[in-house]
Design a protein around this ligand. Sequence first.
Ligand SMILES: [Zn+2]
Length: 167
Amino acid sequence: MAYGDLQSTRSSIRKMKLPEKVREWWPLALISGILGGIGTLLTSIYQDAVGPFLAHVLPAVNNKTLLLLCLLLFLVCMLMIAWVAFIAFGDKARMMRNYEHLETRGFWVHRKTGKRVCGNCLIKGIESPLTVLSVSGYRSGSVILWVCGNKDCDKRYPFEQGDIKAD
Ligand SMILES: [Zn+2]
């Protein structure tokens, strides 16, 4: 992998941030949309049909059916709230909040311990620590890189002077 490839990898990581955010928030947008739709529907029903509805339809609908419908609506709402809560406060979201994304570097750093982890793995819910390795096979000979410990990933991040304090 040449250094140019490394640069393109870094920019592709940056591009991955947005879809992740979208994925986290689209259920909220969906619910807002559904609630908005229901609101619009109710308003139009109220304006156009509340008179005839009260006069003809309501007495015809069984009270038990109405109760069941309300219960069903309530259950659907509860499920959606649980879904949003799961996404916002789930294990993965909580785990990712412990880390800070270093945009110029590509990897993530633990806010308390400073441990560096692979961003590629973190968004999949895996905390994979990075290790400094001297990797050969580059045009300039061997290069010192941060390498992801997950063999299925093996992502590399550029090493910079001062990353590791001299003992
Ligand atoms: Zn990785």
